[in-house]
Design a binder for this molecule. Structure first.
Ligand code: G3I
Length: 378
């Protein structure tokens, strides 16, 4: 086996891509609701409203226990931000040895509170040793039969982890981010270099074999929902359906990092999923406040953007839920990662609660969208 590149790092630093996005659609500055006003606010929890709409509303457990301040009060679904990633589950990074202590504590808390637990994520080729143990690359490098070896490594991992959480985790992000960040090619991960897209299909088969009751998700981030990359993704899911791969839900991360995704394109995209008989779920929602810097009030413009995407979910019968990628602005991933950690990218402040846990206009925007009946929205 020739030299493999290993999984690419997690990078949103491409300036060219950022400029392309800004040219495609300038930052929004308009807002039509003032979600700081009392007429848009109520005392209902997000959870109680989402349950009436038949949607899950979720957040994530990060390295501290902040999530316990918000769940079960506001949320009825929980995802581990990192604790279930393969590298994080591996005892001292060793392949085949697992340490479930942190993940089990999170899962047990969620289940005891009557919340749904989502698994994130079984197979993700970017960013080792967090997303998978570095030993995998070393084994394949030295192997005379890398395809066979990778198949059995993936089968063993998926079977082990799904089996461990069986009955407690209801939905798994089986494969995360199979595409390059900014273009329509498959990401050039080790897994792809060795097996091509077969690694994706196999991961779903192994997960289904290990727990046939699971909802199985293919999870991806989109900056555009109707470009060549989005269409390549749709071609992949179409092929999965044709081959009877047990995919039932598409996870749309929907991080709003540089510019808002176009809502008409989003609507087109989820229509394509519906036509294929697939459900979708927003799995990692957050909206950076800084992108509204030209608005008279950034917090209100951010709230409007939350309202717009939540309305799409409430309005789509094949949407199963929405998860916020963080609890409050005090612990968002953006503040620790390039380029967003740089001063010129701040404030990120991408969530529904501020760093002191106070409800932002964005919170009331989500609440207001959830309060409406489908027919009232448009
Ligand atoms: O735990 C170490 C700590 O010991 C060390 O001091 C610190 C120094 O930087 O790093 C800590 O680990 C970091 C970890 O987050 C916890 O904060 C890792 O370096 C960092 O890479 C890791 O980032 C995570 C990232 O995925 C990569 O796995 C983020 O928390 C997490 O929010 C982010 O989540 C991803 C989803 O899984 C997939 N979609 C995109 C999303 C956002 O990037």
């Amino acid at each position: 086996m020739g030299k493999m590149k290993g999984g690419a790092g997690l990078s949103y630093t491409s300036l060219t891509a950022q400029l392309r996005m800004l040219r495609a659609k300038p930052h929004s500055v308009r807002y039509t609701h003032d979600f700081s006003r009392p007429e848009y606010q109520s005392g209902d929890s997000l959870r109680s409203l989402a349950e009436k709409r038949g949607l899950y509303i979720g957040t994530i457990a990060q390295e501290d226990d902040t999530y316990k301040q918000y769940l079960p009060g506001q949320f009825d679904s929980l995802t581990c931000g990192n604790a279930m990633k393969w590298g994080w589950l591996s005892r001292e990074g060793r392949l085949g040895e697992y340490d479930y202590a942190r993940a089990d504590a999170i899962v047990d808390y969620a289940v005891a509170q009557g919340c749904r637990m989502r698994g994130h994520t079984l197979v993700w080729g970017r960013n080792p040793p967090h997303s998978y143990p570095g030993e995998v690359d070393r084994i394949l490098q030295a192997s005379a039969t890398p395809k066979e070896d990778l198949r059995s490594i993936l089968r063993a991992h998926v079977t082990e982890v799904v089996g461990h959480f069986k009955g407690r985790v209801r939905q798994w992000d089986v494969v995360n981010e199979p595409f390059s960040v900014y273009d329509k090619r498959f990401a050039d991960y080790t897994f792809y270099q060795v097996l091509g897209k077969e690694y994706i299909f196999n991961a779903f088969r192994y997960a289904k074999e290990a727990d046939s009751s699971l909802s199985l998700v293919l999870n991806e981030q989109f900056f555009f929902y109707r470009d060549a990359r989005a269409k390549a993704f749709l071609a992949l899911v179409r092929e999965m359906k044709e081959r009877d791969i047990p995919l039932d839900t598409v996870g749309l991360q929907h991080h709003v990092m540089f510019v808002e995704q176009d809502i008409d394109d989003f609507r087109w995209f989820i229509g394509q999923l519906d036509a294929l008989g697939l459900k979708f779920e927003i799995t990692e929602l957050d909206i950076r406040q800084k992108i509204f810097q030209k608005a008279p009030d950034m917090a209100l413009a951010q709230a409007e953007a939350y309202y717009a995407i939540l309305c799409e979910c409430v309005n789509a019968p094949h949407c199963t839920g929405v998860t916020l990628w963080g609890t409050d602005d005090g612990n968002s991933w953006y503040d620790h990662m390039a380029p967003f950690a740089m001063r010129c990218f701040q404030p990120n402040a991408p969530l529904l609660f501020d760093a002191a846990g106070r409800k932002k206009p964005a919170y009331y925007a989500v609440q207001y969208a959830l309060r409406q009946h489908r027919e009232e929205i448009r």
